[in-house]
Design a protein around this ligand. Structure first.
Ligand code: AMP
Length: 218
């Protein structure tokens, strides 16, 4: 049965990095609601005006908007044989919708938590930089680019620091996660759908564990 791979974990746990690796190795689409909303908020539309202040305050975009975006994206042809969700679901209503979607699409949910102690998360986010051209993710503390603030693969491109990765917003995002999203881990655990990997290691070591889980038959 085709799978919906759900990467769970706090902001800064490394979901985006692992989703990229899964995408590169297994050729499944990486669906990041955060990336979709970051693109969407740049437009001059009423929806952008609604989403922008919420994101910049570290709060969640309303469920109805998020659910609509995910339903539309996952109905495209490239999702037919499975896909990776990075940053969704984040609330009980989103988890309920995903269950319904999986049943409709005839797919099995496999949730993987990337576990990172809270004290590391803020530093991971504040240090995070990404290449606006290829999306490669760096960290000035843990995984610096070869040359200061430019992508290794695109040396003419300055790295980007997400607005919501600045220190104030980071605390709000961690709070939002604890309040609204962490309870979902119990839900997936109770349903026997959750596996946990230690997210404090090098990305490649974490990826190996994730690939083993994903390519197993369970
Ligand atoms: P991320 O890149 O996953 O940390 O997401 C960045 C921001 O996008 C979050 O802080 C939220 O404001 C918004 N966002 C991303 N995914 C969701 C979601 N599943 N539900 C609601 N808001 C979301």
């Amino acid at each position: 049965m085709y799978k919906i791979i759900v990467l769970m974990g706090a902001p800064g746990a490394g979901k985006g990095t692992q989703a990229r690796l899964l995408h590169e190795h297994l050729n499944l689409p990486q669906i990041s609601t955060g990336d979709m909303f970051r693109a969407l908020k740049e437009a001059h539309t009423p929806l952008a005006a609604e989403v922008r202040p919420l994101m910049e305050a570290g709060q969640l975009v309303p469920d109805d908007v998020t659910i609509r975006v995910v339903r539309e994206r996952t109905s495209r042809a490239d999702c037919k044989t499975g896909y990776i969700l990075d940053g969704f679901p984040r609330t009980p209503a989103q988890a309920a919708m995903l269950e319904k979607l999986a049943a409709e699409q005839g797919k099995k949910i496999q949730a993987i938590e990337i576990e990172v102690p809270r004290e590391l998360l803020a530093k991971r986010m504040v240090g995070r930089r990404n290449c606006p051209v290829c999306g490669e993710i760096y960290n000035i503390y843990f995984r610096p680019p070869k040359n200061d603030n430019v992508c290794d693969l695109h040396p003419d491109t300055q790295l980007n620091h997400r607005v919501d990765d600045k220190a104030d917003t980071v605390q709000a995002r961690l709070f939002t996660y604890e309040e609204q999203t962490r309870p979902l881990l119990n839900y997936y655990q109770g349903a026997n759908l959750l596996q946990v990997v230690n997210g404090t290691r090098e990305p490649e070591a974490i990826y190996k564990d994730i690939e083993t889980i994903v390519t197993s038959d369970s």
